[in-house]
Ligand binder design. Structure first.
Ligand SMILES: [Mg+2]
Length: 239
């Protein structure tokens, strides 16, 4: 994995704050729903296989340079990844598309939940910037992952939902709704952690943030941006 280097003298802590994408970074489309859904067509019942399928889907979506609303390449890669039989893949992809509603992006990624707590203990300022449907702040709080201010989950300064603010990644303007809550830090010292090359790496770069791609299965070997296997690698970038 590429590391964030260039730590010059006196620059022991090049990054001071983290903004997070939600889907694929904090939560996944609920595999406890999608696994039984696709078993009928030959899909794997294993949660781990569905975790892998999400990132295979995102890699396909990025390769296709698909827009945020175009999930065709994601759906086909997902059902293929979990082992749906060839002649049933289009049917299964269509069913996946209709089942994976905004509300189903709710399964907390265990490594991410643990890493958020560690970052909070380190005093790292954090926020969420998500292309969503108006539901993501409620979902994150309801699942006990994070909320604005103190609560059951970790403390976020801002939770930005594209549907609420009216602008979506990769438009860099969406990040300003979070950055206004981090006035003490310049954008080049803030990480943006996402799972989409087009929406997250592209959008964060355009906003002057340092992009980090969650790439647990090395789908993006050789990429020229920072990649991490899980959020557990973030504290090392911030200390
Ligand atoms: Mg995402």
């Amino acid at each position: 994995m590429e590391t964030v280097g260039a730590r010059g003298p006196g620059e022991s802590r090049p990054f001071e704050a983290v903004l997070f994408d939600a889907g694929g970074v904090l939560v996944l489309p609920d595999p406890t729903v999608l696994a039984p859904l696709l078993v009928t067509y030959g899909g794997s019942p294993e949660i781990e296989d569905h975790r892998r399928a999400h990132y295979a889907g995102m890699a396909a979506k990025s390769r296709a340079a698909a827009s945020e609303s175009d999930w065709d390449s994601y759906n086909l890669a997902y059902v293929t990844s979990v082992g749906v039989e060839l002649e049933l893949q289009l049917l299964a992809a269509s069913l996946l598309d209709r089942t994976r509603t905004a509300e189903l992006w709710r399964w907390p990624i265990p490594e991410s939940v643990a890493a958020l707590a560690e970052l909070e203990a380190l005093g790292v300022p954090m926020s969420v910037v998500s292309n969503a449907s108006g539901q993501i702040e409620w979902v994150l709080e309801h699942m006990g992952i994070c909320q604005r201010g103190a609560g059951v989950g970790v403390n976020m300064r801002a939770i930005v939902d594209s549907h609420v603010v009216g602008v979506a990644k990769p438009d860099p303007a969406i990040f300003s709704f979070a950055l206004e809550h981090h006035p003490e830090t310049t954008s080049d010292r803030i990480l943006y952690v996402g799972d989409s090359v087009v929406m997250d790496v592209g959008g964060a770069r355009a906003a002057g943030l340092h992009p980090v791609l969650v790439d647990p299965y090395d789908d993006h070997v050789g990429a020229e941006f920072t990649r991490i296997t899980s959020l557990a690698e973030l504290p090392a970038l911030l200390r």
